[in-house]
Ligand binder design. Structure first.
Ligand code: BGC
Length: 791
């Protein structure tokens, strides 16, 4: 009897808080053997609230975490040191911890481990997103994804935190290198290809950052004010394509707010649109420390809070107890995570080797890099330059110190990076040794004076890159007399945490301009060519200097084999076939978002401090609406330096016989076109299909990319016929008042060409009457009037 009193005293408490009623059973159900509801039922409240938040991070001052053994970006003592995070394990229920790792350009983990001396864990630095997109070759990009995913799996990773597909809204975006394009069809198609590739290994992906996260300035506080139409057509479209075509295991919500609500706390974004409208089946995780309200995140169906903190778990616990958060919602979030874990290599007990085939991956990285380089200029056929006995005077610090990829979580710990100097040497050129010595000692001296810091320190306060080296004038004249040609490399690096600047970054520095002028004058006086190689992750100005040089190869940030890949293109071993997936404007002021980037700050409302710094509220208004990139330039007749879709080749292509399957649209329409190599060497052509639609009641861009393809390697004279299918969705625009996608009745023009401004064939068809293609929910409306650009 004695024992019953306290027991009875607990009855009302249990009744009030059924959350506590679920006690641990003696023979606990096991994940994989027992149904998910049974597993959830067997979880204790404490386990539940820890399970929806990851294991946290370790670094001085970091928020407390669940079990105090979480990893830290760049330095963890966990299962995979250097991975970005892990989930909470519940061994008694057979639930393992899974490992998530950055990032889009390669597996980012520590390359050496204290406890395993002598062994390395280097990863392949793949070409960055901007380069992959410039290949316009989804089959190739899927192959990259497959090898990338294999590497992740062999290093014990369950989910890759990528690919990243935010739209290139403005060239100054610090993370543009990670992203693909200014166009959502390209962004979505590339993402789907990478996801299919990675996930073919049984490893998951987290496509990011969902959504409208197009700047780094104030990234944790910025409120993106955007119209429903621009959101749907430009900023969500790529995610929609990727979700529908590839079903990524997870989506990562972004740091910013959209029209007043943090994305991770926005039910209509994560449930109404992502799941109900698009059919997403996986889970949503936050970006690292994203959002402010763990309970709102649970309610928004943001299943997993990463990297996770004890404070978040406690808030969730308190809210369930008080009834502010329904346990059903918590359970649904848990169920999603459990379903994902069931698929993971960790759950399946995969015995990873820690020995991926890095050599084979390096070969593929080189192949992909060459495929995505874009030949911007090639006067008098300055390129290719056969390597035999060519003496190259190589200028520019980046010629000796390749920028393989960008910084921050998109960086990769690679075993090596092949410089252009080395690549040229491997390719049979003779790289002038005197210049090489001058540059390498300048760089070595700089490195001694500015040693690289640890990941976090570099993140907070990056070591500035060395300024361009100025070669002594006598030496320059001597080299102009002796060498066969000059190659000048210009490099740029950027990354997470900050946007780029105009002077000395978007625009070349005075020193760079001076070097270009000096090299061009000296070599042109000797009737020798000057070739510029752009080793950059995002768009820079070319107008101020391009007339001074003979050829420009846009090599982007080409991954660890960059120097070899650039050489493959310079020698003509690979015909350049990349085309721009992002516009190079004539001047920065022409960029449609220029006056609204990066928005405004409200320092008087700043809060916080500590290791994450102050939180300064900010907002940015997307006044350019749907007129992003070429949609703006071609509609408003603003001539860019190099338009979307542009890229030269060593050969030429003719287009013929565009045929449309019908003169009237009836559900779908097929377009076929024949492309013939009309030049002298073998090459591939990226073929682009744009649609000009009748405006009906809506403002319409002059043209929109609706399909694209790439030929195989065509020999001179050889032809290939490409087929494209247009569906009703390809004709439609988002009508805000009715929240529906409407294709206006009238005449449509199909334009097939080599770039957005170089249309070679066109044809027309008619849609007899307006067509409502899809009806969506009325959600995410801006709360303020936007003075949106109209045509
Ligand atoms: C980045 C994400 C990344 C995460 C984990 C965040 O700061 O925005 O892209 O996946 O860190 O490292």
């Amino acid at each position: 009897m004695k024992n019953r009193t306290p027991h009875l005293r607990f009855i009302p408490f249990l009744f009030l808080f059924p959350f506590f009623a679920q006690a641990q059973t003696s023979s606990a159900p096991q994940l994989g053997k027992d149904p998910i509801p049974a597993i959830i039922k067997a979880m204790t409240p404490d386990e539940k609230v820890k399970f929806v938040a990851g294991n946290g991070m370790h670094f001085p001052g970091a928020p407390s975490n669940n079990n105090n053994n979480g990893p830290v970006v760049g330095q963890t003592a966990d299962k995979v040191p250097g991975a970005a995070g892990t989930t909470y394990a519940i061994p008694r229920l057979g639930i393992p911890s899974i490992v998530v790792s950055d990032g889009p350009a390669g597996v980012r983990i520590d390359s050496v481990r204290k406890d395993i001396p002598g062994k390395t864990f280097y990863a392949t630095a793949w070409p960055v997103g901007t380069l992959l997109a410039s290949s316009w070759d989804t089959a190739l990009v899927q192959r990259v994804g497959a090898s990338f995913g294999n590497e992740a799996k062999e290093y014990g990773i369950d989910i890759m935190l990528g690919p990243a597909l935010n739209i290139h809204r403005n060239p100054l975006g610090g993370r543009n290198f990670e992203y693909y394009s200014e166009d959502p069809l390209i962004a979505g198609s590339m993402t789907a290809a990478v996801v299919r590739g990675i996930q073919s290994n049984g490893v998951g992906t987290s496509i990011k950052h969902f959504a409208a996260n197009n700047q780094e300035t104030d990234r944790n506080t910025v409120n993106t004010i955007v119209s429903e139409r621009a959101l749907r057509e430009i900023y969500l479209k790529g995610f929609e394509i990727a979700v529908k075509r590839s079903q990524p295991w997870t989506v990562m919500s972004s740091y910013n707010l959209i029209n007043g609500t943090y994305t991770s706390q926005e039910y209509d974004l994560l449930q109404t649109i992502l799941r109900d409208e698009w059919g997403f089946k996986g889970i949503v995780m936050t970006d690292w420390f994203g959002g402010t309200d763990a309970v709102a995140q649970m309610n928004a169906r943001n299943n997993l809070l990463m990297p996770g903190s004890g404070d978040q778990s406690k808030r969730i616990m308190d809210s369930v107890k008080s009834g502010a958060l329904s346990e059903k919602v918590l359970d649904e979030n848990i169920a999603g995570i459990l379903r994902m874990i069931l698929e993971s290599p960790a759950f399946k007990g995969y015995k990873y080797s820690d020995q991926p085939d890095l050599r084979q991956h390096a070969r593929l990285s080189r192949e992909a890099a060459a495929e995505g380089m874009v030949l911007l200029k090639n006067d008098d056929r300055s390129l290719p330059v056969a390597s035999a006995a060519k003496n190259v005077a190589l200028f520019g610090i980046n010629g000796y110190d390749l920028i393989a990829g960008g910084t921050g979580s998109g960086d990769v710990n690679k075993a090596y990076k092949e410089s252009l100097a080395q690549g040229l040497t491997n390719g049979g050129y003779r790289v002038d040794p005197e210049l090489k010595d001058a540059y390498t000692s300048y760089l070595a001296d700089y490195a001694v004076k500015h040693p690289k810091k640890g990941f976090i320190q570099e993140f907070m306060n990056p070591t500035p890159p060395a300024s361009e080296y100025v070669v002594d004038n006598d030496l320059l004249l001597k080299k102009a007399a002796a060498a066969d040609l000059a190659i000048l490399s210009i490099g740029r690096n950027a990354g997470e945490g900050r946007d780029r600047k105009l002077p000395g970054d978007y625009y070349l520095s005075d020193t760079e301009r001076m070097v270009i002028t000096a090299v061009a004058n000296a070599f042109h006086a000797q009737h020798k060519k000057v070739v510029v190689v752009l080793n950059i992750g995002g768009v820079i100005d070319v107008m101020q200097w391009r007339d001074q040089v003979d050829a420009i190869l846009l090599a982007w940030q080409p991954g660890l084999e960059g120097g070899n890949a650039i050489t493959d293109v310079l020698t003509g071993k690979v015909d350049p076939s990349g085309k721009l997936a992002t516009t190079f404007p004539a001047k920065y002021e022409d960029v449609p978002s220029a006056k609204n980037f990066p928005g405004k700050e409200f320092p008087e409302k700043a809060t916080g401090g500590g290791i994450f710094g102050k939180r300064v509220p900010a907002e940015v208004t997307y006044e350019e609406g749907i007129y992003v990139g070429y949609r703006y330039y071609s509609t408003f007749n603003v001539k860019p330096a190099y338009e979307f879709g542009y890229g030269l080749s060593y050969t030429s292509f003719s287009y013929s016989s565009l045929r449309l399957s019908s003169a009237t649209f009836n559900g779908s329409l097929t377009a076929t076109v024949t492309v013939t190599n009309s030049g002298q060497v073998a090459g591939k052509e990226v073929v682009q299909l744009y649609v000009s639609a009748p405006s009906g009641n809506l403002d319409k861009p002059a043209e929109e990319l609706r399909a694209f393809g790439k030929t195989g390697l065509l020999k001179p004279g050889q032809s290939q016929t490409l087929t494209f299918v247009l569906t009703a969705a390809d004709l439609a625009s988002f009508d805000t008042p009715s929240s529906s996608w409407i294709a206006a009745g009238g005449q449509y023009t199909v334009k097939v060409g080599a770039s957005s401004a170089d249309i070679r064939q066109s044809g027309t068809f008619t849609l007899p009457a307006d067509l409502v293609v899809e009806k969506d929910h009325k959600v995410l409306a801006p709360q303020v009037q936007i003075d949106e650009l109209k045509h």
